[in-house]
Design a protein around this ligand. Structure first.
Ligand code: ATP
Length: 366
């Protein structure tokens, strides 16, 4: 089922009677979510991710714009009639019910032509439980399960009605690091198997990048960029997106373009054909550095951290806007740890220039 968001907007009125300052939580969101894809809605706290999800679910009414499921306008439809499955961060299971009763619950109150016999309901519940691999735990109470298992029950409960759209709001936030990793792979598998169009909200860029077919990066209610995770990482439209994606994060410097050469401090570090003379912000991905004693960029060496296959070189520069510059290079490189400085060449496609006022990306002709 494709989901179309047309000029979707949500404005919350001021909470303070004396001021009329409104919060524009979501501002003119346009996106056609392709059928059967998993979309990661990503951004810092307060950027409007959850509000967008709640509008798709019907739990919150938009202030403007439309939502379509396929060709059907569902903007004014109540959540029960939209055919959505919702999973929240806190699982929201009924503690006094068994796993089986929790999963059966959404099927119990179906009326009219949707009503099912007990045998049908049980079959559906077991199908959903099998899909998330908790069919062995059906007689347990939620308190007798791990966090990861509880979240699987919540997912099974969302799937049992065979929703048209699956909506997940930070579903992994309450799990420890190992379970997070395992459960996110599970969600990906389940989504692939069911092919249900899924929207996944998270503030964790790594999580979104790893499981999404497409990511939507938001800031203050405004969509910044939509695309396949790798494309957005490789071609960020502005400094905000460049900084939000990637661990370790991108290194940002103040720089200057003079005669189609990028300067950081006094050093000309890279040719930038087609770029007019101007001051710029320079973003260099940690993997964009090549160790080279004759390299044009000299950084002040702080420390070298071995991470197995790779080495993380931590350094500083007076024109860097980050306190620690991180360069990731192959562990086979020989680094003189006693040296005060370290020199690098730069990989052109890992270096981005941004306009100093607008912070929009400046295109380099390559
Ligand atoms: P988080 O990751 O912290 O949940 P989010 O990106 O999901 O953040 P939203 O919860 O969608 O952000 O909130 C977007 C903006 O709308 C925020 O500024 C928030 O304070 C505001 N907001 C959310 N709900 C309401 C409400 N019911 N009344 C007024 N303002 C609200």
């Amino acid at each position: 089922m494709k989901v179309v968001l047309e000029n979707l907007t949500k404005i919350f009125p001021s909470r303070n009677k004396k001021s009329d300052e409104q919060v524009v939580a979501v501002n003119n969101f346009n996106f056609e979510i392709p059928d059967g894809k998993l979309i990661g809605l990503l951004g810092p706290s307060g950027c409007g991710k959850s509000t967008t999800l709640y509008m798709i679910s019907g739990l919150q009414a938009p202030s403007g714009g439309k939502i379509l499921f396929g060709d059907e306008d569902v903007t004014d439809l109540s959540p029960e009639h939209r055919g959505v499955g919702l999973v929240f961060q806190n699982y929201a299971l009924y503690p006094h019910m068994t796993v089986k009763q929790n999963i059966l619950f959404p099927l119990e109150n179906l009326k009219g032509e949707d009503a099912m016999s007990k045998a049908e309901r049980l079959e559906r519940a077991y199908q959903a439980a099998k899909l998330v691999q908790i069919d062995e735990l059906m007689e347990r109470k939620p308190s007798e399960l791990s966090g990861g298992q509880q979240q699987r029950v919540a997912i099974a409960r969302a799937l049992v009605k065979m929703p048209r759209v699956l909506l997940l709001d930070e579903p992994l936030s309450n799990l420890d690091a190992r379970l997070r990793l395992q459960t996110r792979e599970e969600i990906r598998r389940i989504q692939r198997e069911t092919k249900i169009t899924t929207v996944f909200v998270t503030h964790d860029q790594e999580e979104a990048m790893s499981i999404s077919d497409m990511i939507v990066v938001m800031k203050l209610g405004v969509v910044q960029q939509i695309g396949a995770p790798q494309d957005v990482y490789d071609n960020p439209v502005n400094l905000f997106v460049a900084k939000f994606l990637g661990t370790p994060p991108i290194n940002v410097f103040e720089g200057k373009v003079v005669g189609e050469k990028l300067h950081i401090g006094a050093q000309a570090v890279l040719d930038v054909p087609g770029v007019a003379d101007q001051e710029v912000f320079v973003g260099i991905r940690p993997e964009g550095f090549i160790l080279d004693s004759n390299g044009p960029l000299t950084l002040n060496l702080n420390s070298v951290e071995v991470m197995g296959r790779d080495v993380s070189v931590v350094s500083w520069h007076t024109d860097a806007l980050v306190p620690a510059i991180r360069s990731i290079i192959d562990a086979d490189n020989k680094i003189d740890r006693d040296s005060e400085t370290i020199n690098f060449k730069l990989k052109p496609h890992k270096v981005f220039l941004f306009n100093k006022e607008t912070e929009e990306r400046i295109v380099v002709e390559r």
